[in-house]
Write a protein that binds this ligand. Structure first.
Ligand code: SAM
Length: 280
């Protein structure tokens, strides 16, 4: 029996179901259920929410989310070896836990969830960043989710919350901060995981804003930001030449010095520039 529920400790679950960690699936498991419950508490009011969890593995974070009162957890896990361990959790929490065996990049889980929806995950780095970008760039805003509570390697977490002048500042920060509040809520050393990864990790909590912080067309803003940071060391009048033939005038109209570099420009200024560029 574990500290947070009547299920066996995670080490026993992993041994019973022979869940040796696979590098190809980015498997670094959290084994301390007090820690997974602490991460779950960062996800906000779970009692009134359905939670989408990506990559539950042997179920450490899943159990944290359920023990902290999530109305329902829907988990998507790619590794079929984890299904028997996850079935035991479903039995312990009748009608509150559902698992889909598949690739989160290919499955649309929305039919299985009722708003309000929160997302929580401890995912491999590449899948996590790709899903984050998708969740931040839906066709409609506000998105399907109220909040995202996601584990990243610390360097990626720092890119999400970075501000101008910081070397981590770039497209990911602007994408995240334009329509969400983003903050690092927990830092974890490699030893928190089994096996320990080479890098430190951090949990980022993002809350969706009802409306974007500053007005801008998403496509134009994305084009301007992506182009500017593609050549981040160049002055904007040169890096943004392809965006508009009179980019220098548009930069000035947006209140930005044409000699400025992308990493010095604030979100508000990028939005002003996107509005100038959208004038056609
Ligand atoms: N959440 C568990 C924990 O905290 O102990 C496991 C975390 S482990 C870092 C990442 C999990 O994501 C693994 O169980 C892995 O099999 C799963 N995974 C990897 N790629 C995936 C994908 N594309 N879709 C769904 N799950 C995936």
């Amino acid at each position: 029996m574990s500290a947070i529920d009547n299920l066996p400790p995670l080490r026993d679950v992993i041994a019973t179901h022979e869940l040796s960690a696979r590098k190809s699936l980015g498997q670094n498991f959290l084994l301390d259920l007090n820690l997974t419950a602490k991460i779950a508490r960062q996800a906000g009011d779970l009692e009134g929410s359905d939670v989408l969890e990506i990559g539950p593995g042997p179920g450490g974070l899943t159990r944290g989310l359920l023990a902290e009162g999530a109305r329902k957890v829907l988990a998507i896990e790619k590794d079929p070896r984890c299904m028997p361990a996850l079935a035991e959790i479903a039995e312990a929490y009748p009608n509150r836990f559902e698992v889909i065996n598949g690739d989160a990049l290919e499955i649309d889980p929305l039919a299985h969830l009722t708003p309000p929806i929160r997302v929580a995950a401890n995912l491999p780095y590449n899948v996590g960043t790709e899903l984050l970008v998708r969740w931040l760039t839906p066709k409609e805003w506000p998105p399907f989710w109220q909040s995202l509570t996601l584990m990243f390697q610390r360097e990626v977490a720092e890119r999400i919350v970075a501000t101008p002048g910081n070397k981590a500042y770039g497209r990911l920060a602007l994408l995240a901060q334009w329509r969400a509040d983003a903050k690092i809520v927990l830092s974890l050393p490699p030893e928190a995981f089994s096996p320990p990864p080479k890098v430190h990790s951090a949990v980022v909590h993002l809350t969706a804003l009802e409306t974007p912080r500053f007005e801008a067309d998403p496509k134009v803003l994305n084009l301007v930001v992506a182009t500017a940071f593609n050549q981040r060391r160049k002055m904007l009048r040169s890096s943004l030449k392809s965006v508009s033939s009179d980019i220098e005038d548009r930069l000035i109209a947006a209140g930005i010095k044409p000699t400025e570099r992308a990493e010095q420009v604030s979100l508000e200024e990028f939005c002003a520039l996107a509005r100038e560029v959208a004038k056609g």
